[in-house]
Design a protein around this ligand. Structure first.
Ligand code: FAD
Length: 570
């Protein structure tokens, strides 16, 4: 083996699964020089994570990636529930919308195999000149504590080895993100198989949760006429003494066999071949720490895994929760690396994502108990009834769709002022609006691109009313006055890279003159909007979509104090 001169890297990402790729993509998109390595020489070809929930589709849209996701994936609109029938076997009990949340432009789930989701990132990263370096494995990682507070230092030292050539390299990094997946802890396992079914089961193109006296099974329709079957296995049957899955003890036939017993009297014929199958072991845990000195972070399955058995949990949220960690960290890293924010901002990553992971696990515990519990019957009065199961399915709908995720008050979430129908700490629902200059309909979400800027939605009220226009002019004056957040934290060449201002007037489209609004409030004619609801005040959306704070039009000082807690003076 031979060593080369050390390289210096701003952020270094380890692991090119959904979490690692999301972060590398988001950082590269924001112009950060990022490097990403993976220990495998090839990415996954089939199977593994597959469920993309509405909020994740919105995130893909905010990066202009959703067209490809929707083109390649399968949409799930309905969830069907099958339970024991009196005559033996199972029967249809209910069909309900798969996603109960309505405050989204994508009220459905998308299924697409992990390799195809990764390709969307990889192809777009390649266009920006970023490729995954493989097969590379870090052999050691050290943080020099004396340097962690020095912004210009590279305090993390990584030794890496190129597996094929046994070549070693030293990398000094400002930040390292470990997105290297889960390690097995707990003896619970899930059998998963993807196949093109030949079946008489009528709900095969809907998502199904099936409870029978022979066990529980979940069906997820997928791209290219395939379906995925999930069944719960008894760990001791398939896990060897070292805790690894012994694939010689199980195979796709065995998984299909268990599924067929659950589906009785319906049948699925044994196919000639299976597209992909796995048995995977997973724990239910949240890492105690998500960071070391806010210089090394972990994301995705590396910091949380959950039980795979709940009817709507694992398949939707393993990949989603993983990508979301990276998405949450990326804008903070971008702001710190670009010198816009103090490094203390990075503390908010662990604060927000660890709480979310804990909520996820609490949810999993409750839901998986219901999913795998024995069905209710006259002989089993303690069993789980369909009504009980459906209630939980719908109640947790907001959480599982990703739309109900709520960050609590912190340095970057401030709920002092409130406004109707806007939830601080949550994503903003879509809203149809008009562009003032050309009356073209536009959805508010089209403006919420993931470009690492804070969006300031300035609801001006009816600007046709001279008194209200005078208030807006006064706001604009305060806004740009010396000492205001806008003057302090953005310079003329950076102002629209830090803050993206979107005035929304409730003046009628017939009378509004877009250019009558104070010039400082609009960076481009296409960003002056008209809404038919008369709202007044400023809603701050932090980079990547969550409502950060609200202030009245005479509350510029409140906005300034919000940004002063973590932004650097220009
Ligand atoms: P991963 O996707 O695990 O990615 C981690 C990456 O890091 C990998 O590319 C790996 O090669 C790389 N890596 C690991 N260690 C190192 C290292 N030391 N150095 C460099 N690189 C490293 N989810 C579902 O929803 N449905 C399923 O049916 C399903 N089946 C699964 C089957 C298996 C066998 C596995 C392993 C996972 C499965 N999952 C499934 C889980 C799902 O894949 C994860 O929730 C999701 O991929 C998490 O994304 P991640 O980026 O955090 O981790």
């Amino acid at each position: 083996s031979c060593s080369y001169l050390p390289t210096f890297q701003d952020p270094q990402v380890i692991g090119a699964g959904p979490a690692g790729l999301m972060s590398a993509f988001a950082l590269a998109r924001a112009g950060i020089n990022v490097q990403i390595v993976d220990k495998h020489s090839k990415k996954v070809a089939a199977g593994q994570a597959d469920g993309v929930q509405p909020r994740t589709t919105e995130v893909f849209k905010s990066y202009r990636l959703s067209d490809r996701l929707l083109k390649e994936g399968t949409q799930l609109h309905v969830a069907a529930f099958y339970n024991c029938s009196k005559s033996g076997g199972i029967e249809l009990t209910d069909r309900v919308p798969d996603v109960t949340a309505t405050d989204t432009n994508f009220p459905f789930e998308v299924t697409l195999h992990q390799g195809a989701i990764e390709d969307i990132f990889l192809d777009n990263m390649r266009d920006m000149g970023v490729e995954v370096s493989r097969p590379i494995i870090p052999t050691s990682l050290e943080v020099t504590e004396a340097l962690v507070d020095d912004f210009d230092a590279y305090p993390v030292r990584l030794n890496t080895e190129t597996k094929d050539e046994r070549r070693t390299e030293i990398v000094y990094a400002k930040y390292v993100l470990g997105a290297d997946g889960a390690r097995s802890w707990v003896r619970k396992s899930m059998g998963v198989v993807d196949l093109i079914p030949d079946t008489d089961f009528p709900d095969v193109r809907n998502k199904c949760a099936i409870h029978s006296n022979n066990g529980s099974c979940m069906i997820i329709p997928r791209e290219d006429n395939k379906i995925r079957l999930y069944i719960q296995l008894d760990g001791k049957d398939v896990i060897d003494a070292s805790g690894r899955v012994d694939k010689s003890k199980a195979g796709p036939e065995m998984i299909l066999d268990v599924a067929c017993k659950t589906l009785h009297p319906f049948t699925i014929k044994t196919p000639e071949s299976y597209d992909w199958w796995t048995i995977y072991v997973i724990g239910q845990r949240v890492a105690e720490r998500y960071t070391v000195h806010n210089r090394v972070f972990i994301a995705g399955d590396a910091c949380h895994t959950h039980l795979p058995k709940s009817g709507r949990s694992r398949h939707e949220r393993g990949p989603a929760a993983s990508m979301y960690d990276s998405y949450n960290l990326a804008w903070k890293l971008v702001h710190v690396l670009k010198g816009i924010a103090h490094p203390t901002l990075l503390q908010m990553y662990e604060f927000e994502r660890q709480q979310y992971a804990q909520d996820l696990i609490d949810f999993d515990k409750k839901f998986s108990k219901l999913f795998s519990g024995k069905p209710y019957s006259e002989l089993n009065l303690d069993g789980v009834s369909h009504v009980e199961f459906l209630k939980a399915f719908q109640m947790f709908g907001g959480f599982t769709s990703g739309l109900g995720v709520q960050y609590t008050d912190s340095m970057i979430i401030d709920s002092k002022h409130q406004a109707q129908n806007i939830f601080i700490g949550r994503g903003l629902p879509p809203r149809p609006l008009l562009r003032a200059a050309d009356c073209r309909p536009i959805d508010l979400h089209n403006l919420l691109v993931s470009d690492a800027c804070f969006k300031l939605l300035v609801f001006t009220g009816d600007t046709h009313d001279p008194a209200q226009m005078a208030r807006v002019q006064e706001f604009a004056k305060q806004f740009s006055a010396s000492g205001s957040f806008f003057a302090e934290f953005s310079s003329p060449d950076s102002m629209h890279k830090v803050f993206d201002i979107v005035p929304i007037s409730s003046e009628k489209k017939e009378t509004i003159m877009y250019n009558a609004l104070p010039r400082i409030l609009w960076s481009h004619w296409s960003k002056v909007l008209v809404d038919d609801i008369d709202m007044r005040g400023v809603t701050g959306i932090r980079p990547y979509g969550y409502v950060a704070a609200i202030a009245p039009l005479d509350g510029v000082s409140h906005i300034t104090s919000y940004f002063t807690t973590f932004m650097k003076v220009c």
